[in-house]
Structures are given as structure tokens and as C-alpha cells.
Design a protein around this ligand. Structure first.
Ligand code: XMP
Length: 317
């Protein structure tokens, strides 16, 4: 019978045998998978694991800072890289979802490659790939493992010549969470909703600008904080706000407004392959809507997505 404790024990032994005294680089995303992979590797090889956490400017509000802090607290050998401008400039005027993904993947590889070069004699690239990513790599949108999905963009970067180690590639998400728990990871990390590699860029329909990112971050933070406050965050598989490229008429005081629309999405799912929209309580939705419209400048309307997957997808792009 599979148990997380036994998995941790055998995997650490296997990693030690496989990696010896070699150096390993790993891109941390703030998500469950890469975090659990990092802790396992850290237990196995300690300071020979070099973690890189890139701020692409497309993360949730305050996430980069709080997650980096958390990782440092866990004792990981980690370097945070502020690459916000690099990503945003490459996204200018890009409207097509797949082109956005490609641009983000390309910049990520450039940034990661630069950083991996800083690690002398590195031999391995570690990834938090889980079993569904292996299956999903044949699906339409491509794999969720950010690095792999983009390895066909031009010449092979140097870190791609590294040997690959994927300690979680036989596990499903719930198993990864159980392993994380067995490793002592806090709920703050293991209980996190999945978040796509391209981040808020695929939740801003059409062109991404710094201004839209800032608006979406505020609205999304209000949404997520309210779900937590209402005790609903852990009951929802994934939730997030989406910035719609539509303006609608509203009224604020005696002023007519003409501003953007925020859509709220929350789904129940097991693995993201299929999903049902969550029947969130009306009073919670009402509070979130009021708060967003009152506090977030540039938004005068909030709508709720009641589409299931299939035929809709979880993300809008
Ligand atoms: P969809 O929108 O295809 O999403 O129903 C299924 C799950 O995959 C995530 N997702 C991505 N993750 N890179 C990622 O790392 C991507 O390009 C990407 N697109 C979708 C999505 O958040 C959901 O959990």
C-alpha cells in the first residue's frame, strides 16, 4: 500500500543514490508541486539544490514576497529574480493566448538560463512534474510544466542540456499534497489552489498591461481573501478573477461610469481535466462584488462564470 511516509523515505534514498554530490537547479513557482519537489530534494542533497524563483510580474498580489519568505524560512537555498519588466515588455501588443504563452515561456527560459549559468558545474535540472502533466502533455493547451512545454522555441538553452530529475512524476495531486504534509510543509503551501505558469496574463483577455495586472491583482485578492474568510477556499479546487476586455456603463454617485468588467471563476475538480462551476453562496458573492466595485478603481461590474468543463475550460484563454 502506498503511503506518503514510505514514498518520502524511498525517494530520498533514490535521489541520494542518483545525484551523489552533483549540483541541481530547480525553478520554484510557488505552487504545490515545485515546492514539494524542492523540499524532497533539499532533504536528499541539501545545499547542492539551487532553487530559482522568478517574479514574472504576473503572480497574485503580494505572492512573490510572501512565498519567497516562506521558502527561505524552510531553509531552501533560493534565489529570487525580479524579471517583471522583461516579461511585461515582451507581452506588449500581444493579444493571442498562445502567443502570450509562447512569449512568457521564451522569457522564462532566458531568465532561468541566465540564472542556471551562475551555478558552477550544475549537472541536473529538477522539475515538479506530476503524473497528470505527463498525460496532459498530449492535450491541446500543452503541458502545465512550464519548462517542458516550451522547449521547441528556437535553439536549446544550456540548462536544457542538463539531465532531468522529476521525483513526483508518478504522483497525482492529492498524493503530492499528502507527501507535502508528511514533509511538514505548511498549509499555506500545500493547500494552495493550482495557478497557471503564465499567471494573470491568461486571465487578462487580450493585451496585458501593467495597469490591467494591477487592477486584476486587487480584485483577485479581494476575491480570494473573502473565500478564505468564509471558509470556502479549501472547498474550492481552483478560483481566480478574470479581467474582461469589455467596458460597460455604470453609475457612481451622480456620475455615469464606463469601466471594465471582472469575472469570478471558481471550480470543483479532481485533476483539472473536467470541472464543475462552484455554487458559491449568494451572500458571499454579493459581498465580493460590492467590495470589488467599491474598492477597485476601473471596475464597475462583476459577473460570475457558470460554465463547466467541458465544454468550457477552467481558464478563459
Ligand atoms: P484549462 O483552462 O485547460 O486548465 O481547463 C486546466 C488546468 O491547467 C491550468 N493551466 C495551465 N497551467 N500553464 C500551466 O502551468 C498553462 O499554460 C496552463 N493553462 C491552463 C489551469 O489553471 C487549470 O488548473
Amino acid at each position: 500500500e502506498w503511503t506518503p511516509d514510505a514514498f518520502v523515505e524511498t525517494t530520498i534514498a533514490e535521489l541520494q543514490a542518483k545525484l551523489g554530490n552533483d549540483k541541481v537547479v530547480l525553478a520554484l513557482s510557488g505552487g504545490v508541486d515545485s515546492s514539494v519537489a524542492a523540499i524532497l530534494l533539499h532533504k536528499a542533497i541539501g545545499k547542492n539544490l539551487h532553487c530559482i524563483f522568478v517574479d514574472n510580474g504576473l503572480l497574485r498580489k503580494g505572492e512573490y514576497e510572501s512565498v519567497l519568505e516562506q521558502y527561505k524560512h524552510l531553509g531552501l537555498n533560493i534565489k529570487g529574480v525580479d524579471a517583471k519588466e522583461r516579461f511585461l515588455s515582451q507581452l506588449a501588443k500581444v493579444k493571442d493566448p498562445e502567443l502570450k504563452r509562447k512569449a512568457i515561456g521564451r522569457v522564462f527560459i532566458e531568465v532561468f538560463d541566465d540564472e542556471a549559468h551562475e551555478v558552477q558545474d550544475v549537472k541536473w535540472l529538477a522539475q515538479g512534474t506530476i503524473y497528470p502533466d505527463v498525460i496532459e502533455s498530449v492535450s491541446v493547451k500543452g503541458p502545465s510544466a512550464t519548462i517542458k512545454s516550451h522547449h521547441n522555441v528556437g535553439g536549446l538553452p544550456d540548462f536544457m542540456k542538463l539531465k532531468v530529475v522529476e521525483p513526483l512524476n508518478t504522483l497525482f495531486k492529492d498524493e503530492v499534497r499528502r507527501v507535502g504534509k508528511s514533509l511538514g510543509l505548511e498549509h499555506f503551501i500545500i493547500g494552495r489552489h493550482p495557478f497557471p505558469g503564465p499567471g494573470l496574463a491568461i486571465r487578462i483577455l487580450g493585451e496585458v498591461t501593467a495597469e490591467k495586472v494591477a487592477i486584476l491583482q486587487e480584485a483577485d485578492a479581494i476575491y480570494i481573501d473573502n473565500l478564505k474568510e468564509a471558509g470556502l477556499y479549501d472547498k474550492v479546487w481552483q478560483a481566480g478573477a478574470i479581467f474582461l476586455p469589455v467596458q460597460s456603463v455604470g453609475v457612481m454617485g451622480d456620475e455615469r461610469t464606463y469601466e471594465n468588467v471582472i469575472c469570478l471563476r471558481a471550480v470543483e475538480s479532481v485533476d483539472g481535466m473536467t470541472a464543475d462551476w462552484c455554487h458559491l453562496p449568494y451572500n458571499v458573492l454579493a459581498k465580493i462584488s460590492n467590495e470589488i466595485i467599491n474598492k477597485v478603481k476601473g471596475i464597475n461590474r462583476v459577473v460570475y462564470d457558470i460554465s463547466s468543463k467541458p465544454p468550457a475550460t477552467i481558464e478563459w484563454e
